[in-house]
Design a protein around this ligand. Structure first.
Ligand SMILES: *[C@@H]1O[C@H](CO)[C@@H](O)[C@H](O)[C@H]1NC(C)=O
Ligand SMILES: *[C@@H]1O[C@H](CO)[C@@H](O)[C@H](O)[C@H]1NC(C)=O
Ligand SMILES: *[C@@H]1O[C@H](CO)[C@@H](O)[C@H](O)[C@H]1NC(C)=O
Ligand SMILES: *[C@@H]1O[C@H](CO)[C@@H](O)[C@H](O)[C@H]1NC(C)=O
Ligand SMILES: *[C@@H]1O[C@H](CO)[C@@H](O)[C@H](O)[C@H]1NC(C)=O
Ligand SMILES: *[C@@H]1O[C@H](CO)[C@@H](O)[C@H](O)[C@H]1NC(C)=O
Ligand SMILES: *[C@@H]1O[C@H](CO)[C@@H](O)[C@H](O)[C@H]1NC(C)=O
Ligand SMILES: *[C@@H]1O[C@H](CO)[C@@H](O)[C@H](O)[C@H]1NC(C)=O
Length: 562
């Protein structure tokens, strides 16, 4: 409530004192939207578009759009067909998969360039980095994104730049442990052929130069990069040169953007991109983690933030990232973009929808037929079938886990998420429930499960895995009087530090009982963010296990900005 109130006050204060300014409310894209890259495309109805990284989440690389830089709509995923990128299904570790994209537009075509990273390949092995371009003329359509055009680069964070003479350049970060710096080459976008590689800048002297983007203004080439690593030392620096090939001189004011060495709630600010609006004013985006200063809890992971940019002399000045920033008046007439708002609440009755909502994701590609919408027969709703595998698989094997999951991003600091499930386990290990999920090593689950020894008795079990600490388990017998109907399972982030897991009979909402309360410090996404959703598992047995979920509600209850 405090947050909402202070926001309202801030808006009225600004409107009284500076009619021309607006207040940016960060994060711009709340939740798991790291490494933003954004553009303004006047020819596409004066719309702003962004792409974000997704690691092992599928579909990958969400494209979001806005006409006013305030409300953002999820419009497509650049990677939505498993056959588009067969290597995505290979064994990987949770920090692998699709890393930072760059989104650009030229002559009617959208270009998305990114890297598929084999996280466990040896560091010196350049096959660790598979770089490619996807294109489309219709960014509102997932299946319209092309198959990849691959190109060779010995690193990650690729970016494209078109020079005035029509020559196109690709710029990337060679692996910093081996060759720290920013590399560049000419590229043929049709064939992926690259010219000779040249390291054009080593950065301002901080560690891990990465995330390059090139801009040209008044005869100067500007090279904006990230330095300091993506943790709390994250920062943005800039160099410039009269030649695209360098040498680049470092801005004496570097770093031009960082919250390192501060007590700000928005930490790890870095990996920026810049663009101009319809009036030619400059804006920037970056990633940031909202971090509790006392506990270091940052459950929502790496999110996207917005800030205004001014030019003082020949260098850009990036306004420091805060939860509220007084900035240029927002552009546009506020026109709506069809689709799902990234921070919308939702209430889905699966008997009434024809397809799985576009904001639902899985971890890795789910097996064919393991997620189905059923509208008739004995089982109805969103039905998940557990994978039938007899072998334990490594946690990073995204395509061959023993769990089928369907998730959505946590988009609010405080939220209430619930589903109704019909599930009667009959074999030991069969389990279905709700999860708060980062990756197979970091998740908290409340499920209905049957245990060996007393198969006929279903239990409610809370358990989880976490790299930071061991979650405390809870196990209670499912009350007999609840067993003849569906069960409501609920996850609630009810304050800044804790989340509760509850269950009750769908028919009698007042009987809902809290099964466990867990600290959010158990959920610390490294590169990604947290999601909530449903799962089904047969615990690596060969039994066929299916659970059907009938309703799904996600409600945002508050956003912390300080
Ligand atoms: C642009 O706006 C026009 C008129 O509102 C609409 O018909 C058209 O579909 C829009 N195009 C895009 C790409 O949004
Ligand atoms: C934070 O402070 C340390 C110690 O003074 C310094 O080495 C580092 O460069 C600072 N980080 C940034 C991004 O300014
Ligand atoms: C309005 O926004 C611009 C751009 O961020 C900033 O330079 C200026 O100081 C702001 N004005 C006020 C009165 O806050
Ligand atoms: C899935 O299998 C792994 C071992 O391969 C096991 O550690 C894990 O507990 C299983 N997950 C569930 C939810 O049963
Ligand atoms: C991943 O799982 C699939 C299916 O179980 C299996 O074929 C593949 O070998 C696994 N990869 C590893 C590294 O275990
Ligand atoms: C899952 O399988 C493992 C290995 O067979 C077993 O130890 C464990 O108890 C099972 N879990 C459940 C919930 O049955
Ligand atoms: C099995 O479950 C039944 C019914 O809930 C209970 O009465 C019985 O004590 C349980 N048996 C064991 C061995 O736990
Ligand atoms: C949140 O609630 C838990 C349990 O009720 C309590 O221990 C904790 O102090 C609360 N945290 C905050 C930030 O109020």
């Amino acid at each position: 409530m405090k947050t909402l109130l202070s926001t309202a006050l801030a808006i009225s204060y600004v409107s009284l004192t500076a009619a021309q300014n607006s207040t940016i409310l960060n994060p711009m894209l709340p939740g798991f939207y790291p490494d933003p890259s954004c553009i303004y495309v006047p020819e596409q109805n004066k719309t702003y578009f962004c792409a974000s990284s997704t690691f092992l989440t599928f579909p990958g690389i969400p494209i979001t759009a806005s006409k006013d830089l305030q409300s953002w709509t999820l419009i497509s995923h650049a990677f939505s067909r498993p056959e588009q990128l067969p290597e995505f299904a290979a064994p990987n570790i949770p920090t692998g998969g699709l890393w930072a994209p760059t989104l650009r537009y030229k002559d009617g075509v959208f270009y998305m360039v990114t890297t598929h990273v084999y996280g466990d390949a040896p560091e010196e092995d350049t096959s660790r980095w598979v770089n490619f371009i996807l294109t489309t003329t219709d960014p509102y359509c997932s299946r319209c994104w092309s198959d990849p055009v691959y190109f060779t680069a010995d690193g990650y964070d690729p970016s494209l730049f078109w020079d005035d003479d029509g020559q196109v350049y690709v710029t990337w970060a060679p692996y910093w442990r081996i060759d720290p710096g920013i590399a560049q080459a000419t590229i043929n976008l049709e064939t992926g052929e690259v010219g000779p590689r040249k390291v054009v800048w080593g950065g301002s002297g901080n560690r891990v130069p990465e995330g390059p983007h090139t801009y040209k203004k008044d005869g100067w080439y500007y090279l904006l990069i990230a330095e300091g690593g993506t943790g709390e030392g994250h920062s943005v620096t800039i160099g410039r040169s009269k030649s695209i090939n360098g040498p680049y001189e470092s801005n004496p004011a570097n770093p031009v953007l960082t919250n390192a060495n501060t007590t700000e709630y928005f930490q790890a600010v870095g990996h920026a991109d810049l663009f101009q609006d319809e009036r030619g004013r400059w804006w920037g985006v970056a990633l940031s983690r909202r971090t509790d200063r006392a506990t270091k809890a940052s459950p929502m992971g790496r999110e996207s933030v917005l800030y205004p940019v001014t030019w003082e002399g020949e260098w850009p000045v990036l306004q420091p990232v805060r939860g509220e920033i007084s900035s240029w008046e927002f552009p546009g007439d506020g026109g709506e973009i069809p689709g799902l708002l990234v921070d919308a609440s939702e209430d889905v009755d699966f008997s009434e929808v024809e397809e799985v909502p576009g904001n639902f994701v899985s971890y890795g590609v789910s097996a064919d037929g393991s997620v189905q919408l059923k509208s008739d027969g004995e089982k109805r709703g969103l039905c998940l079938v557990a994978p039938v595998t007899s072998l334990p698989v490594p946690a990073g094997n995204a395509t061959a886990q023993n769990v089928t999951r369907l998730l959505r991003r946590q988009s609010h600091s405080l939220f209430t998420y619930s589903v109704d499930v019909d599930f009667a386990p009959t074999k030991p290990g069969q389990e279905a429930g709700v999860t708060m999920f980062i990756d197979p090593d970091n998740h908290l689950d409340l499920g209905i499960v049957s245990l060996s020894g007393n198969v006929s008795t279903p239990y409610l079990r809370f358990q989880g895995q976490s790299d930071s600490d061991t979650p405390e388990k809870a196990l209670v017998e499912l009350p007999v009087e609840w067993r003849d109907g569906s069960i409501r399972l609920e996850i609630k982030a009810f304050n800044a530090s804790h989340v509760s897991f509850s269950a009750g009979p769908t028919k009698y909402e007042s009987r809902i009982k809290t099964i466990a309360v867990a600290p959010v410090t158990l959920l610390q996404p490294q590169f990604t963010g947290t999601a909530v959703g449903v799962y089904v598992t047969a615990n690596v047995s060969r039994s066929s296990t299916e659970a059907c979920f009938t309703t799904w509600k996600y409600q945002g209850d508050g956003q912390f900005r300080s």
